[in-house]
Design a protein around this ligand. Structure first.
Ligand SMILES: CC(C)(COP(=O)(O)OP(=O)(O)OC[C@H]1O[C@@H](n2cnc3c(N)ncnc32)[C@H](O)[C@@H]1OP(=O)(O)O)[C@@H](O)C(=O)NCCC(=O)NCCS
Length: 224
């Protein structure tokens, strides 16, 4: 079984991730190398906070820290988390994502009992883009997955998401473990979702395969 998994990794998953890397960087957005918050400059961390504030202040104000304690907590979480950042050609941030090792923000919100079984996973949070439905969210999640797998330190992803966003994460193989009310978040209940990287890679493989086949059929249809 181990030999089979190694063969699948070498002959399928690794080339697939190489193709995904090409896909991520193919397009107008510039995707920065994913780094730990403590490796980023204070200016970049402030840029991320400002970008989140501009994106959340309308629809999700509860994701903007509103007290000195909340700001300290958010800064601490940002320093020990990995950050995905996409910029436009002028260098402006157009999307961000956060990948947090255990203990997660979800551990504070929903308790250790729910999250401890996933302590070797990374938590996805604060995924937001100013250019909706343009494939940037997809690329940021794929970049996060490729990065996390390449570290060989994590087993999968967890996250909490609203019912309305569940479909996005299901495209990458994440599935719900049930819904939870989160204190202070009006848009509750939230799904607690997770998947290991084998399932995420297989599902993303099928998902991108369908998109590739669809793109080919569109391109070839005039000639068929
Ligand atoms: C969630 C978010 C980051 C997705 O990024 P995006 O760039 O808009 O999404 P993409 O264009 O990459 O779309 C990826 C896929 O998800 C689908 N999708 C995007 N937004 C969706 C939504 N709100 N509901 C259902 N499906 C959605 C797209 O149709 C696409 O599907 P396809 O690949 O089959 O065509 C973005 O919509 C956003 O910033 N939302 C506000 C913040 C937020 O709610 N974040 C979610 C954290 S749980």
């Amino acid at each position: 079984m181990r030999l089979l998994l190694t063969l699948i990794e070498l002959l399928a998953f690794r080339p697939f991730r190489a193709i995904l890397q090409l896909y991520i960087h193919f397009g107008p957005a510039r995707f920065q190398k994913i780094r730990l918050g403590s490796e980023l400059s204070e200016a970049t961390l402030n840029e991320i906070s400002r970008f989140r504030k501009t994106q959340y202040e309308g629809s999700q104000p509860y994701l903007i820290p509103d007290s000195p304690e909340a700001v300290t907590e958010e800064n601490h979480l940002d320093l020990r988390s990995y950050h995905g950042i996409a910029r436009d050609r002028s260098g402006n941030i157009i999307a961000v994502a956060r990948f947090t090792p255990y203990p997660f923000e979800t551990t504070r919100l929903l308790g250790a009992e729910l999250t401890t079984p996933f302590r070797e996973h990374l938590e996805i949070s604060r995924v937001v883009t100013s250019k909706r439905r343009s494939g940037i969210g997809r690329r940021l999640l794929i970049q996060g997955g490729c990065f996390a797998i390449s570290t060989k330190r994590y087993r999968g992803f967890v996250a909490v998401c609203k019912s309305g966003n569940l479909a996005i994460f299901e495209k990458f193989g994440l599935g719900t473990h049930g819904r939870h009310l989160i204190p202070g978040r009006p848009a509750s209940p939230y799904h607690f979702i997770s998947a290991d990287f084998f399932r995420i890679t297989v599902t993303t493989f099928a998902y991108t395969g369908r998109k590739f086949a669809h793109a080919c059929s569109v391109i070839l249809s005039p000639f068929l």
